[in-house]
Design a protein around this ligand. Structure first.
Ligand code: BGC
Length: 413
């Protein structure tokens, strides 16, 4: 066996999570949920959303502002009831210009500049002489003080914009709306994107009780019966995990070492670099730091034309890269499934009810084999009872969910 083949075997063993380890991670996840709910020290923040699930009968026209860290998207959403909606107008722009003219995610950008950029996108969708209720999806850990008040605890996904951490987000948005002359747009709800995903799926399917994002970042929320409320777990911060030396190195080189440990093992923002680091350092493949993205991994695994960073690899090296990518992507799907098992153990220990798990995000939607591997891991753990689970893509749920939250807030006015 040559050197690379031996190293590859060791690597695959380090990234393989056998069923017993999945069960162990699920158990630890449930323990952290319980600790967080009880206010004890936990890697899960268990943040209240001040929202239960929608009735399905919410109707009307609302503005949805979706701020996830990659793009800002504004949608005019017409909720028609029974899980139906239309989006008659929308506008989206990246926070970081692909050709480098602007970047609202750096420490050199101050909060007002970022929020002025958001309101400029709102201005492009609204009519000046109309009133709007706005729901805001803000996909970062926030301490909610009510449905319309949320203080950013800390940025994730390597965002660094200055002057937003510790601030109340709806106040920053309202001030920017006034600066822009958009006083007729009234923010009335602020939610996490996982909550938006759950709300959107639950709008048409009452069995929905878990919502997750598997995209640039990762997180899961669920409906907690004891609190009669959806709880944003900020599960990307879960730390009860078997780390490899590569996970430790990626974490050490990140913006916030020690935080978001699960996210750094599973989310699109990090998977490309994890694969690159292993391929370069362990298998000596010529790949520069930061050169591989999750899209590149999708191309490698999906048999698409080779992505640019892998162009110079020999056929043998490319095969090694593919094997590493496969191991890292499968581990991601299995870890996420383990956390879902932890939630189900909390909400329905005997697994006697139907559950719909709504997932959104590019990783879940587009990474070859990802969704299938996630479901297979649930079936492996639960056997025939897995038939009670439906895991489904809730596409664009984070934006529409903001409109649903605005409708619920509007009913309470
Ligand atoms: C954030 C979460 C968010 C997730 C998915 C994480 O980095 O902390 O609030 O739900 O990304 O966007």
């Amino acid at each position: 066996m040559d050197y690379s083949a031996k190293r590859l075997d060791e690597l695959q063993a380090a990234f393989d999570l056998p069923p017993a380890q999945i069960a162990d991670i699920a158990g630890k996840f449930q323990d952290e949920m319980l600790a967080g709910l009880a206010g004890r020290s936990s890697s899960l923040k268990m943040l209240p959303s001040f929202l239960a699930r929608p009735a399905g009968s919410e109707t009307g026209r609302f503005l949805a502002l979706d701020f996830g860290g990659t793009n800002v998207r504004v949608q005019l959403v017409e909720l028609a009831g029974d899980g139906r909606w239309t989006v008659p107008a929308q506008n989206a722009l990246p926070l970081k210009d692909p050709v480098g003219r602007y970047d609202y995610t750096t420490a050199a950008t101050a909060a007002p500049e970022l929020f002025d950029f958001l309101t400029a996108q709102i201005a492009a969708v609204v009519e000046a002489d109309e009133d709007y209720l706005l729901g805001h999806t803000f996909s970062f850990p926030c301490r909610q003080q009510g449905l319309n008040r949320a203080v950013l605890i800390g940025w994730t996904k390597e965002i660094k914009t200055a002057g937003v951490e510790g601030r109340e987000i709806t106040a920053l948005l309202s001030e920017a709306l006034l600066r822009r002359g958009l006083g007729r747009v009234k923010p009335c709800a602020i939610i996490n994107d996982t909550v938006g995903t759950l709300l959107t799926a639950a709008y048409g399917d009452p069995y929905t009780d878990i919502g997750a994002i598997c995209g640039t970042g990762h997180n899961t929320c669920y409906f907690e019966p004891a609190a009669a409320m959806i709880i944003n777990m900020e599960s990307g911060n879960f730390a009860g995990l078997p780390f490899t030396e590569y996970d430790r190195r990626l974490d050490a080189a990140s913006e916030r070492p020690g935080s978001q440990r699960l996210e750094k093992m599973v989310a699109g923002r990090y998977l490309g670099e994890l694969v690159r680091m292993i391929a370069a350092d362990c298998l000596n493949l010529p790949l520069e730091t930061g050169s591989l993205s999750a899209e590149d991994l999708a191309a490698v695994l999906g048999g698409l034309p080779r992505p640019v960073p892998a162009a110079a690899l020999t056929a043998g090296e490319f095969q090694l890269l593919r094997t590493v990518a496969q191991a890292v992507v499968i581990r991601s799907a299995r870890l996420v499934a383990a956390t879902f098992l932890g939630v189900l153990a909390r909400t329905d220990p005997a697994l006697s009810f139907r559950h719909t798990i709504a997932v959104d995000g590019s990783l879940y939607e587009k990474m070859p084999g990802y969704a299938a591997r996630l479901s297979a891991t649930l079936t492996e753990a639960l056997g025939p009872k897995a038939d009670l689970l439906t895991v489904k893509l809730s596409k664009d749920g984070s934006g529409v969910g903001a409109a649903i939250a605005a409708a619920i807030a509007g009913e309470g006015r």
